[in-house]
Design a protein around this ligand. Structure first.
Ligand code: NAD
Length: 269
């Protein structure tokens, strides 16, 4: 309790899922939380439920991010913590995805190689750009604006949402994996750059977590649980505690690191 008293945090993509759970834990730890989402109605509902404030923007749009940071100053004088959490899987709105996933799950259960998504020859320019736009451009635009504020304030904390897919990789998910790998590299470079300003930059690389994003993968859940040494998929709270730790003074000697709560599905280093 009280690990984040009087801290102001902006969490992107926080209307639901991991972002909403991080917001809830930050508020419980005493933080003033601003909930960003591309879906402002959902962000407002979450902010009302948790006791935070809501700001709309599409993080992949530079002008939209700049406007959000202007609006931020109507809510608060400073920013201590930025969590770059907004993300997409790439199959949103793809009506054929469920059937492909069901077939892939069956193939994997039968021991055959299978793809989570359509392979690289079928990835369109728009799909590639959208994945990298939301994850990588969004992380860059928000970090750039936040870093300016934090430098002037003499300190701060940035947490970027990576994934085990940023190091493990997965066929059928080249754009998602490239984006998440990029975020991990970006995290290390920015941590070096901002350390002299007492701004820590770290990443979280979740394993398979139950959220709306992974709901369409339900046919694969039993297999993923079986592959996970701890025997289950994660819950959003498993990720939120990692965010609380990285945001708190308990992690004051931690920067440039990737913390990966994943139940042992992927073991690194
Ligand atoms: N769930 C998992 O298993 C898992 C695993 C590893 C990494 N992640 C990452 O964690 C983050 C959160 O994932 P989740 O499972 O909570 O997903 P989710 O789909 O439940 O929530 C994502 C939120 O981001 C918002 N969003 C999407 N595009 C946006 C944009 N352009 N601008 C602002 N907001 C936007 C959505 O509206 C939604 O509220 C993502 O970056 C995701 O890639 C999730």
């Amino acid at each position: 309790m009280n690990r984040l008293t009087d801290k102001t945090a902006l969490i992107t993509g926080a209307a639901r899922g991991l972002g909403a759970q991080i917001a809830e834990c930050f508020i419980a730890e005493g933080a003033n939380v601003i909930i960003n989402d591309i879906n402002i109605t959902a962000a407002q509902a979450t902010a009302e439920r948790l006791g935070g404030q809501a700001l709309a923007c599409d993080v992949s749009d530079s002008a939209s991010v700049a406007r959000m940071f202007e609006e931020l100053f109507e809510l608060t004088d400073w920013l201590d913590i930025l969590v770059n959490n907004a993300g997409i899987s790439g199959i949103e709105g793809d009506n054929t995805a469920h059937e492909r996933i069901r077939r892939a799950a069956q193939a994997m259960a039968d021991g055959a190689p299978a793809e989570l998504d359509s392979g690289i020859t079928e990835v369109t320019d728009d799909q590639w750009r959208r994945l990298l736009g939301v994850h990588m451009d969004g992380t860059f635009y928000c970090s750039r604006s936040a870093a300016g504020l934090m430098k002037r304030a003499g300190g701060g904390n940035i947490i970027n949402m990576g994934s085990i897919m940023g190091t493990f990789g997965r066929g059928g998910g080249t754009a998602y994996c490239a984006a998440k790998a990029g975020i991990l590299g970006f995290t290390r470079a920015l941590a070096h750059e901002l350390a002299p300003h007492d701004i820590r930059v770290n990443a979280i690389a979740p394993g398979w977590i139950h959220t709306d994003m992974t709901d369409p993968l339900a046919p694969m859940h039993p297999m993923l649980e079986a592959q996970t040494p701890l025997g289950r998929m994660g819950e959003p709270i498993d990720i939120a505690w990692a965010a609380v730790y990285l945001a708190s003074d308990e992690a004051k000697f931690v920067t440039g690191q990737t913390l990966s709560p994943n139940g042992g599905w992927y073991m690194s280093q």
